[in-house]
Design a protein around this ligand. Structure first.
Ligand code: ZN
Length: 199
């Protein structure tokens, strides 16, 4: 039974599709939006559409960006011989926040999930191997999450990149087991990077 008008119900249902938004949160957000000044709502709607339309994957590191090549990959102040491999753009953001890392990144846009049959073709691994094959890369730092899937991903990449002549390292413990990178504080992240272990 619907307690609300069709328009409100529609809005609540759309909001509920978002991750982490349950029925109650969706209702709260819907009523908040309805009470916002009309121009704010228009601005919000336009930002959503524009972001979806204009954001794409960087041609080099596969992070989400609004340019063909992201600002990190196109910067000549970064060390182009080191690549840190992370699962998501939000992990890249977490490392950028530490200000301690000056190399480039590679964003896999996910991890292997052996239990669900998600394999190497489902992540941006081929793009990483292409970059390594170019021969300009001297070190690859594996900074996937320390969850089972993150570890499986790091192991797979290690195996595949071993034949190339480069230093492979894994970020140190300090990142708790099962830890999602984005929730870990900057000091811990910096330490994990400094204490990385050569594979
Ligand atoms: Zn990039």
């Amino acid at each position: 039974m619907n307690y609300y008008s069709k328009e409100i119900t529609n809005l609540i249902n759309e909001l509920r599709r978002l991750p982490g938004i349950g029925g109650k949160s969706a209702q709260r957000l819907a009523f908040h939006i309805i009470n916002m000044p009309e121009e704010h709502v228009e601005h919000l709607a336009k930002s959503l559409i524009s972001a979806r339309k204009n954001i794409r994957y960087c041609k080099i590191c596969c992070t989400l960006t609004d340019e063909e090549v992201c600002p990190i990959c196109s910067s000549d102040r970064r060390d182009h011989s080191t690549i840190m491999v992370v699962e998501h753009t939000k992990d890249l953001a977490a490392y950028e926040k530490t200000g301690q890392y000056n190399g480039l990144y590679h964003v896999l846009q996910g991890s292997l999930v052996p239990s669900l049959g998600k394999g190497p073709d489902d992540i941006r691994f081929k793009e990483l191997e292409d970059r390594v094959r170019d021969g300009l890369v001297k070190e690859v730092i594996l900074a996937t999450n320390s969850s089972l899937d993150g570890e499986a991903t790091a192991m797979y990449i290690t195996k595949k990149l071993k034949p190339y002549n480069l230093k492979l390292s894994r970020i140190a413990s300090g990142v708790p087991i099962g830890g999602e990178l984005e929730y870990i504080d900057e000091v811990t992240l910096s330490r994990a990077l400094d204490g990385r272990i050569e594979l």
